[in-house]
Design a protein around this ligand. Structure first.
Ligand code: ATP
Length: 357
């Protein structure tokens, strides 16, 4: 495909907790960057999450899902489903409803310092390609029912699902990204203990490696990988791993790079992509104008970069790069929210990023 035309349509789902504070910031920043590159944006606001329970009687209203069917990209704020009224708590989380419906199998989570001075590991620059559709995650590894259950009140079991098809699919994504980056993939597993499940994951990834002879491949056990990230993160480029390991390692990598508040991510398939910060709804700080909007802003930049690749449109790639540069310039100039050791509010930070665009 080449070119997206004169305007872009992107869905906006605000989310819970700090979502309504950080998602509008990402929307303003992306609007300005796109306008600068000659593109209009049609933001399609859709009800979802806690507010949709009040307005539509469901955290994931059908009208929102029907609207998403027509879109290929959207921004999803974080959800705090643990705080929903009890009758909604046993249901799939709103994010899981979307990931399942559109089979967003790849969760791509980069870790790179916005400002070296504020990072524990200033030279970290990696991309975690996390398998997003199976593993031990009970909200996504079953077609019907949950992958966790309790035969008695004192016994709890969880089903871990690893398939060759899903492992190969995320491995191809990881190796493709490695070609665009520094040409290295590390396969992370625990095949010495979980021999069948994560052993199958490792084997499937190594089979895919044979299709990418130009990419250097290595493997690590997940526990060793956690230690290596702390000691020598700069040695790693793309890390491919199953769902739970990827969730944990990406939070570790995010903190090494600065703060969870700067941790971007997208969830994608070959045809749809969703920007979703790697952090949660942070209910402890919601409503105080102190949340760091950087993760949501750079997740949105990743979304534009995904669109740029999907449609072969340079203007979107330029807008994404300009957003990243404005973020780096803002933090490097000393503008930092509380999580980064500064005193800037969410709105101060937003104004500074917009000014530098
Ligand atoms: P989830 O399981 O939904 O990812 P979580 O339980 O891991 O959520 P978070 O909501 O991510 O938890 O919050 C973890 C900590 O990080 C909290 O102390 C929270 O305040 C902080 N935090 C998360 N996001 C941000 C942000 N954007 N800005 C500042 N602090 C944040």
């Amino acid at each position: 495909m080449s070119g997206i035309g004169a305007s872009v349509r992107i869905g906006v789902l605000d989310g819970d907790g700090i979502g309504p504070e950080i998602v509008p910031v990402a929307v303003s920043v992306a609007s300005k960057a796109l306008r600068r590159n000659g593109l209009d944006v049609d933001w399609v606001a859709l009800p979802f999450g806690r507010s949709a329970i009040d307005s539509h009687g469901s955290a994931a209203p059908q009208e929102t899902l029907t609207a998403l069917d027509e879109l290929d990209t959207w921004i999803l704020g974080p959800h705090d489903s643990a705080s929903y009224p009890s009758e909604f708590r046993g249901q799939l989380t709103p994010g899981a409803v979307i990931r399942k419906r559109y089979n967003l199998f790849a969760n791509l989570r980069p870790a790179k310092a916005l400002d070296a001075a504020r990072a524990t590991t200033p030279d970290i620059d990696l991309l975690i390609a996390r398998e997003n559709s199976e593993g031990l995650y009970a909200d996504r590894n079953m077609a019907v029912g949950s992958g966790e259950f309790m035969p008695t009140p004192d016994v709890a079991l969880a089903v871990g699902v690893i398939t060759r098809a899903a492992s190969e699919r995320i491995a191809r994504e990881a190796f493709t990204w490695a070609r665009r980056r520094r040409g290295k993939v590390t396969v992370v597993h625990k095949a010495n203990v979980l021999t069948m499940t994560t052993g199958l994951f490792r084997d499937a990834c190594l089979d895919v490696a044979a299709e990418f002879p130009d990419v250097e491949v290595s493997q690590e056990h997940v526990d060793a990988m956690a230690a290596h990230l702390v000691r020598r993160a700069a040695d790693f480029d793309v890390v491919v791993t199953e769902n739970l390991f990827g969730d944990i390692l990406s939070d570790l990598a995010a903190e090494l790079a600065g703060s969870l508040g700067t941790a971007a991510s997208i969830n994608c398939s070959a045809t749809k992509a969703m920007a979703q910060a790697a952090h949660g709804a942070a209910p402890d700080i919601a409503g105080h104008d102190v949340a760091n909007p950087a993760a949501m802003i750079s997740s949105t930049a990743m979304l534009l970069a995904w669109q740029a690749q999907h449609y072969g449109d340079e203007r979107l790639m330029t807008a994404a790069a300009q957003i990243d540069s404005a973020l780096i310039a803002t933090v490097s100039a000393g503008v930092a929210t509380r999580d980064l050791g500064g005193t800037a509010s969410t709105s101060d930070f937003a104004a500074e990023v917009l000014r530098r665009l």
